[in-house]
Design a protein around this ligand. Structure first.
Ligand SMILES: Nc1ncnc2c1ncn2[C@@H]1O[C@H](COP(=O)(O)OP(=O)(O)O)[C@@H](O)[C@H]1O
Ligand code: SF4
Ligand SMILES: [Mg+2]
Length: 335
């Protein structure tokens, strides 16, 4: 009997045991992170600000500032190729073609001094030997596909001539023009108003259905996760604390952090009126607790939590890193 589950779709990307420490930091900001995504599916990486979502995705793209961080472990299996996360050169080779990324702020991808048409044409030509005319046709078709009206005319616009939502569409066009196998979207709708946010999510979902690409959606917004995730990885302080199929995470969350994120009502706290969902702050490398990184905010913390809880299987690919998962049973036993 084969132990391989042949019904499961093949994984497009597997990240294994990724750990990273910024220079001079006393502890690792990213701590043994693993996750995977299948072709045509969406993995949502969710967690509060400062949990390591962006750092993880930038490392996967080979985009971390050179010399800023030491990658202590980690490999990435992408389309059958194993890449060492400590070797950004290897990641750069696939960046922009097989694997692309979009950001919260489109201006970080778009150059303000060039026409958007020329920028998309350049993106095409950087990865294949299309003629100018072919690259142009592809750029116009792509702008049309992302819902830009009068794309021929818009090709001549500079980024500042477009609204925020339209700029985001142009960035998506540029990211998808080379038909990538994987799109990483880092909070792409956070800066947009709610209506435009919904339109952009729908656009990403439609393009994904059309092309079969895998998507990693990075967000701090559980509403976005509920909308589009097939699978979820909940990150806290640089660690994946819970992961699994989206319906399992929503219907039966097991980690106290996930439960807190889901049950708490956003409240305005602090001088700047920041939205906070779970009381307390994400620790930084300077004040990282030993053992479970959530212990300083966890209502269930016990002495055993001074040792790091491993990520263990809770059934159907649902995994949890808490000494007391499943909570309802284990807490009763320990009472
Ligand atoms: N260039 C950097 N130098 C030092 N620390 C950094 C740098 N970039 C990010 N960090 C730290 O790494 C942690 C994770 O940050 P980040 O990935 O941006 O979080 P998220 O995207 O989840 O909001 C934070 O503690 C942040 O302060
Ligand atoms: S291991 Fe302990 S501190 Fe960490 S989440 Fe579980 S109960 Fe809370
Ligand atoms: Mg971020």
């Amino acid at each position: 009997m084969s132990l391989v589950n042949t019904d499961a779709p093949p994984e497009l990307l597997v990240v294994q045991d990724f750990s990273l420490r910024f220079r001079g930091a006393p502890s690792d900001q990213i701590n043994h992170v693993s996750f995977s995504v299948s072709a045509g599916k969406t993995l949502c990486i969710v967690g509060e600000s400062g949990c390591g979502k962006s750092v993880t995705s930038l490392a996967m793209m080979g985009l971390l500032p050179v010399g800023a961080a030491q990658i202590n472990s980690g490999q990435m299996l992408f389309e059958g190729q194993t890449l060492n996360l400590a070797d950004p050169k290897a990641m750069r080779k696939i960046r922009g073609s097989r694997m692309t990324m979009i950001f919260q702020e489109p201006m970080s991808s778009l150059n303000p001094v060039f026409r958007i048409g020329d920028q998309i044409v350049e993106a095409v030509k950087a990865h294949c030997d299309a003629t100018d005319a072919q690259a142009r046709d592809r750029a116009v078709a792509m702008l049309q596909r992302v819902g830009i009206p009068a794309p021929e005319k818009r090709m001549r616009d500079y980024p500042h001539q477009l609204s925020g939502g339209m700029r985001q569409r142009v960035m998506i066009a540029m990211a998808l023009v080379n038909d990538p196998a994987l799109l990483i979207a880092d909070e792409p709708t956070t800066a947009l108003d709610v209506t435009i946010q919904a339109q952009i999510l729908e656009l990403i979902r439609d393009l994904q259905a059309e092309t079969g690409m895998g998507t990693i959606m990075i967000t701090h917004d559980l509403g976005v996760v509920a909308e589009i995730a097939d699978t979820v990885a909940v990150m806290y302080a640089g660690t994946v604390v819970e992961t699994g199929p989206a319906e399992r995470i929503f219907n039966d969350p097991q980690h106290p952090y996930t439960i807190g994120l889901m049950s708490s009502i956003p409240q305005l706290t602090g001088a700047r009126g920041r939205l906070s969902t779970v009381p307390g702050m994400v620790p930084t490398a300077q004040n990282m607790p030993t053992g479970c990184r959530f212990a300083t905010r966890c209502p269930f913390a016990r002495p055993v939590c001074a040792t790091e809880p491993p990520l263990v299987e809770a059934g159907d690919g649902h995994q949890v890193a808490c000494h007391f998962a499943p909570l309802e049973i284990k807490l009763k036993e320990s009472a």
